[in-house]
Design a protein around this ligand. Structure first.
Ligand code: ADP
Ligand code: MG
Length: 389
């Protein structure tokens, strides 16, 4: 569904459930990280793109003076949040993403309006495409619409991030909420995780799009391995005498190679290389130099697979199939995206070959792994928007 179709759909769902039309409709997208993996906690760059998958909410003032009710139209479940006093954690579990955002506004001195809300998300849940940030940023955008008081988009993103930390217990970085709040149609977002400086990178060439391939696997060694990688990066920075790997050059690393274990060396090689690849890929995108961008994506995957060791068989299979299809078949590049050990790959592809590539990846992935992949194409979508209100 396009955003416009989604808006019509959620308005109809609202009316069906509450018996009147909504006054406000707001949406916020999920995201895919095009390049810049495991760079965020090393003060590096990331380059996410908002995808044409959204959390969307329709709302109207509630007759009950202090309750905020959200009806999830997919799961057919309602969360009712008492907003007469400070909002805390509660049930159902998914309402905590919303509660956290409401509490964030209360901390800014905003009185939460009593609302009836209908909600839907086309961002796949738990698939690494940030359905959680979409939900948080959508909620924040609804409060902006309903109070008539917009807040600075960076503050909005930070408020949403804090909701995820404090109410969902997920110590996430800033990327997901930043792209969902600050994304712009036809642009990627180059984000400096050290300074929080952002730069919109235009990507308007109609001949290319991004293909998201969900392997539909999630291997359960994720969090322990994540902590280990962070510690190894800190070791490398200490040995190199820098504050973080952002400050180290490939030269410095080569000179210090004898003073660190092979594992620590390879972890640092990925991070230092990936930070460079990310800024170079952004430059390639500005110039619509797709073959170059594609090469950086492949290089990113190889480093994540061989040096950082966070890939898995299924992700590697997708990248191998993409390589087989190759430039002739319309694939410029492909890599795993997200933390690793499952989740999604992202590929840069020619628009006119999307259908053929999708079929080929689906068939070959099924043949090689026995698993059905979920695949969709997207162009860079808009960030959070007030559609009605
Ligand atoms: P991701 O952000 O990669 O999709 P997370 O584990 O961070 O994965 O967030 C997924 C969680 O967000 C879900 O388990 C659920 O609690 C919440 N969530 C997101 N979208 C919805 C939705 N449409 N309905 C209910 N809960 C949702
Ligand atoms: Mg998430």
């Amino acid at each position: 569904m396009t955003l416009k179709e989604l808006a019509t759909h959620i308005a109809a769902e609202f009316e069906k459930h509450y018996g009147r039309p909504p006054r406000w409709i707001v949406a916020a997208p999920g995201r895919v990280n095009v390049i810049g993996e495991h760079t965020d906690y090393n003060d590096g760059f990331v380059l996410p793109m908002a995808i044409e998958r959204y959390a969307i909410m329709a709302a109207d003032p509630s007759a009950a003076s202090s309750s905020f009710s959200i009806y999830d139209t997919h799961f057919k479940e309602t969360a009712t949040i008492d907003v007469s006093g400070p909002v805390g954690k509660g049930q159902p579990k998914w309402s905590n993403y919303i509660r956290g955002v409401l509490a964030g506004f209360q901390n800014r001195g905003v009185k939460i309006p009593a609302l009836d809300v209908a909600f839907l998300s086309t961002v796949p849940l738990g698939g690494g495409l940030s359905s959680s940030a979409a939900l948080e940023v959508c909620t924040a955008t609804l409060i902006e619409a309903a109070t008539g008081r917009p807040i600075d988009p960076i503050e909005k993103a930070l408020l949403a991030q804090k909701a995820e930390h404090d109410f969902a217990g997920v110590p996430c970085g800033i990327m997901d909420q930043f792209i969902s709040a600050l994304g712009r149609e036809g642009h990627l977002l180059l984000l400096d995780c050290r300074t929080r400086k952002t730069e919109l990178v235009p990507m308007r060439d109609p001949s290319v799009e991004l293909l998201v391939v969900n392997t539909n696997v999630k291997h359960e060694l994720g969090s322990g391995e994540y902590a280990k990688r962070r510690a190894e990066c800190e070791d490398a920075a200490r040995i190199l005498g820098v504050k973080s790997l952002r400050d180290a050059t490939p030269d410095q690393l080569e000179k210090a190679k004898g003073r660190m274990s092979d594992v620590v060396y390879r972890r640092a090689r990925h991070v230092i290389g990936e930070i460079e690849r990310t800024t170079h890929a952004a430059e390639g995108i500005r110039q619509s130099n797709w073959p170059t961008v594609g090469q950086f994506m492949y290089a990113s995957h190889y480093a994540l697979r061989d040096d950082y060791e966070v890939s898995c068989q299924e992700l590697d299979v997708v990248v191998e199939i993409a390589e087989d299809i190759g430039y002739q078949g319309g694939v410029y590049g492909c890599r795993m995206t997200g933390g690793g050990f499952g989740g999604c790959c992202v590929a840069l592809v020619k628009s006119d070959a999307v259908e053929a590539i999708t079929k080929k990846i689906a068939a070959d992935y099924k043949a090689k792994t026995g698993i059905e992949a979920a695949i969709f194409a997207s162009r860079p979508a808009a960030g959070a928007t007030i559609i009605k209100g």
